[in-house]
Write a protein that binds this ligand. Structure first.
Ligand code: NAD
Length: 241
């Protein structure tokens, strides 16, 4: 059975990605960091549907915790077929209010976390003859968002990282791709007022917010298609094109 590790996999987009891979018959490892109770509740929701995902706690921005998590994955499963770098944070603030701490925190999770997890996965995927790394970037990493410079820059870094690593690992049959969601209906957008949300929806050609499931289907596409690498797939209803 194929294995997939999803970082930040117990809520929002990560949870939807987990559900899609479980339905496809994968062994799913759900990384979480902040909320143990919520993670356990997600796990039991999946258990009630007849699935048995494993939970692993680690801060993806902490090198030692990431190494320990991957050691545990390899101890249990012996290999990892797919890594989804989904964990991410955003901060909405003008540049004048963005401290060095804010900048570093956003980059630590979004960019460094993606690097640290990919580095651990790459080593084992190369040894086992192939694998697939899927990075969750953002439309803002492509076109830039006002009042989200750190977030946009960190996701731009994820896109460049994806393209570079795809070239580096292709000879080892490890594929690296990126899903670039538009506005998806999760807690990440809970700071938006009803009016702001309506305004955003009006700018989306397909006329609705995206769902975690929309993003999840793109992840499964990358996992299952062995001739696609170095791609950035926008899942945004035509938004910001
Ligand atoms: P969310 O806030 O619901 O989920 C983010 C997840 O990341 C949570 O599970 C959180 O605990 C986890 N996380 C944060 N810091 C972590 C850390 N240090 N270590 C491990 N896990 C950590 O938001 P979401 O909308 O589900 O976002 C998922 C991904 O999709 C993020 O990378 C986000 O940037 C990206 N994205 C979201 C949208 C959107 O509109 N919601 C759009 C584009 C991209």
């Amino acid at each position: 059975m194929k294995t997939v590790l999803i970082t930040g996999g117990t809520k929002g987009i990560g949870k939807a990605v987990a559900q899609e891979f479980l339905q496809q018959g994968y062994e799913v490892i759900l990384n979480y960091f902040h909320d143990e109770e919520a993670a356990l509740s997600t796990q039991s929701e999946f258990n009630m549907l007849g699935y048995c995902p494993v939970l692993m706690r680690a801060d993806v921005s902490d090198e030692e915790q990431v190494k320990e998590m991957f050691k545990e994955v390899f101890r249990i499963y012996g290999k990892l077929d797919v890594l989804v770098n989904n964990a991410g944070i955003s901060k909405v603030q003008v540049i004048q209010d963005t401290s060095v701490y804010d900048w570093e925190e956003v980059f630590a999770v979004n960019a460094m976390g993606t690097f640290l997890c990919s580095r651990e996965a790459a080593e084992s995927m190369i040894c086992s003859g192939g694998g697939c790394i899927i990075n969750i970037a953002s439309i803002w990493g492509e076109v830039g968002a006002s009042c989200e410079v750190a977030y946009s820059a960190s996701k731009g870094a994820v896109i460049a990282f994806t393209k570079a690593l795809a070239k580096e690992l292709a000879p080892s049959f490890v594929r690296v791709n990126c899903v670039s969601p538009g506005v998806i209906d999760t807690d990440m957008n809970s700071h938006l007022t009803e009016v702001e949300m309506e305004d955003l929806i009006n700018q989306i050609p397909l006329g609705r917010l995206g769902t975690g499931e929309d993003v999840a289907k793109a992840c499964v596409f990358f996992a299952e298609n062995s001739y696609v690498t170095g791609e950035v797939l926008s899942v945004g209803g035509g938004f910001a094109k």
